[in-house]
Design a protein around this ligand. Structure first.
Ligand code: XMP
Length: 326
């Protein structure tokens, strides 16, 4: 498959059979392109990079070097799942980088949303660059670019490139998904044997929980975002909303309010729940979550999450709100 334009005649990959044909063709092309050289991939554990990894593992095995950077802003269980699926189950060459302290130190005291994004992006490139330099003989860089990233029509901010690597670290790109739409990537991922919760997961921004721990990130509020998000996801899954609602998450603002617990006054953070539906992320409507479920989630969050005494549900469509809070 050549070029960056999807041929009009290209059939949409909707079945396992079509996915298998795509996989076979890609394996052949990847082996031709890569030969006996090494390929580097930043593996976040998101759908696109995971599918690229699984494809490349099939095509070139240990010639693929996956780098998973844990920047401390991932959801609960994500780094563990990347290690379990790729290192333990698929026997991939996986470098796990614990960069949590490094990111949180850089972000300390920074409250401005775009500045936070810039720091996270720049630090990610730096960590990835350092890992790339430790590897000998890398000639290719794989990326989970998909078709909407190229045509920039779906409103989701492009996040699939490690652009910004220095001049002496320029590799030939390997982008096997660049003509696929997201739904096709999922069908291919499923055919490659990736777990459902990896293949069908909701969109997650590159800066991760960093844009949901509002204002200057602190470790206590970051933990509150991570734990409340895990409860929300668990309850949505249990109540049939996973896969139905397009994106749902929690955010924790940087102010506290007065509350009461066991007859004692508390002064703690609120958790904001957001659950939205959209086609292209340019506009969004709010999911009509059953009130009883919201009450149940509220009870769980306020009793299980440290430092939280209130839960709010965000009723704002986009516009006037954006999907994320920052
Ligand atoms: P907004 O908040 O702009 O979000 O309505 C639209 C979609 O984009 C995701 N998003 C991001 N994705 N890097 C990303 O990779 C980012 O900085 C970023 N900000 C927002 C958001 O989760 C939603 O799906």
């Amino acid at each position: 498959m050549q070029g960056n334009v999807r041929p009009e005649t290209m059939e949409r990959i909707t079945t396992e059979e079509l996915a298998n044909a795509f996989i076979e063709e890609q394996i052949k092309e990847l082996r031709e392109q890569i030969g006996d050289k090494k390929v580097l991939l930043a593996l976040s554990g998101g759908v696109d990079s995971s599918v690229v990894a699984a494809l490349l593992i099939k095509a070139v095995g240990k010639q693929l070097v996956c780098v998973h950077v844990n920047h401390g802003l991932l959801r609960k269980g994500e780094p563990e799942q990347v290690i379990e699926v790729f290192r333990n189950q698929m026997d991939a060459n996986l470098v796990y980088v614990d960069a949590v302290d490094r990111f949180l130190d850089k972000l300390a005291g920074v409250a401005e949303p775009e500045k936070k994004r810039k720091i996270i992006g720049a630090e990610f490139i730096r960590v990835f660059e350092e890992e790339a330099r430790k590897q000998d003989g890398i000639e290719f860089l794989a990326q989970g670019t998909i078709y909407p990233d190229i045509i920039e029509s779906d409103g989701v901010k492009a996040h699939h490139n490690v652009g910004g690597l220095p001049e002496d670290l320029q590799f030939e790109l390997v982008e096997p998904l660049k003509l696929l739409y997201k739904d096709e990537v999922r069908v291919v991922g499923k055919a490659l044997g990736l777990p459902d919760n990896m293949v069908y997961r909701q969109p997650f921004p590159g800066p991760g929980l960093g844009v949901r721990c509002l204002g200057a990130i602190t470790r206590d509020r970051l933990e509150a975002v991570r734990e409340s998000d895990a409860i929300l996801r668990e309850e949505f899954a249990k109540n049939g909303l996973e896969g139905k609602v397009w994106q749902y998450f929690t955010a924790v603002p940087d102010f506290r309010s007065v509350g009461v617990n066991d007859g004692k006054r508390t002064f703690a953070y609120p958790v904001i729940i957001r659950a939205v539906n959209t086609k292209d992320a340019m506009t969004a409507t709010v999911e009509d979550v059953p009130f009883s479920l919201l009450q149940h989630i509220t009870a769980r969050i306020t009793s299980e999450v440290e430092g939280v005494n209130r839960v709010l549900y965000d009723l704002t469509p986009k516009p006037s709100g954006t999907i994320e809070w920052e």
